[in-house]
Design a protein around this ligand. Structure first.
Ligand SMILES: [Ca+2]
Ligand SMILES: [Ca+2]
Length: 260
């Protein structure tokens, strides 16, 4: 059962769009606002609460969930899965053992890179940071449902808007140029015992619309800070992408007793 929790933080009321104006590899996008309700939930949907199977005569199609990605940051990072940006930076997302929702590790928004890797647990993030970890492309050609779920531990300066704030943004795209998604700013650690669960419904991806049907989809986790006031920042764990697909018509035949 989906439980939608309304945001009490103003920046959560904004869905942002990143427009990479130069090329698909650009990580310095222009910024455009798009105001929509965020998708933040306490529980994700599961198979029992999925849309009911559709029936047609004696046949039926069943919605089945399939996991495309599960990242718990316990193994190699970024490995071959994740692309970190900007390409040259003193601070990247990094696998660290400061906090973890499960296991021993999570990804800290400034915990990697030449200087970030030398931060100790509890240090504050620096000013004027934008660190991105991107996954994709993955294929959503055949799905009827798709969702990105993750846990995040977020404590930043509370911004009053997307521009010139500190935040975690979670974004999706079908062209690796324009990204859209919600963002979190402020102190969320008292909201959900530290680690909040969030869901981004990829069938309602802001201006990107329904990403089911798209052969190539990318997601991004972006940590950004402005020019003053810092805090511990953002940790992410248990990132999962699931798709719901109809398996097509099928029939169940009861066992028959057959002679020779
Ligand atoms: Ca972990
Ligand atoms: Ca700041």
């Amino acid at each position: 059962m989906l439980t939608i929790r309304s945001s009490r933080l103003i920046p959560m009321s904004v869905i942002l769009v990143l427009l990479c104006t130069t090329s698909a590899r650009s990580e310095e996008p222009a910024l455009v606002y798009e105001r929509q309700s965020p998708q933040v939930v306490d529980q994700r949907s599961d198979q029992e609460t999925s849309p009911s199977p559709i029936s047609g005569g004696s046949t039926a199609s069943t919605l089945m969930w399939r996991t495309i990605l599960f990242e718990d940051f316990e193994g190699d990072f970024p490995g071959t899965r994740w692309y970190l940006a900007p390409p040259i930076s003193a601070y990247w997302w990094g696998k660290r053992d400061c906090k973890a929702y499960e296991g021993n590790y999570s990804a800290w928004g400034v915990g990697g890179g030449a200087l970030g890797s030398s931060l100790v647990c509890g240090d504050n993030y620096p000013n004027d940071i934008r660190a991105t970890m991107r996954y994709g492309p993955f294929d959503l050609s055949n799905c009827v449902a798709a969702e990105l779920t993750f846990r995040h531990w977020t404590r930043t300066e509370l911004g009053t808007g997307f521009i010139d704030s500190d935040y975690l943004a979670v974004l999706a795209s079908y062209d690796n140029i324009t990204f859209s998604g919600p963002f979190w700013s402020g102190d969320w650690t008292g909201t959900c015992d530290g680690w909040c669960q969030a869901l981004y419904d990829l069938t309602e991806a802001g201006s990107r619309g329904n990403l089911c049907g798209r052969p190539e989809v990318w997601i991004r986790f972006v940590f950004t800070s402005n020019s003053s006031v810092t805090d511990v920042g953002v940790f992410v764990d248990n990132v999962e992408i699931r798709v719901g697909e109809y398996l097509g018509d099928h029939q169940l035949w009861l066992p028959l007793a057959m002679g020779e």
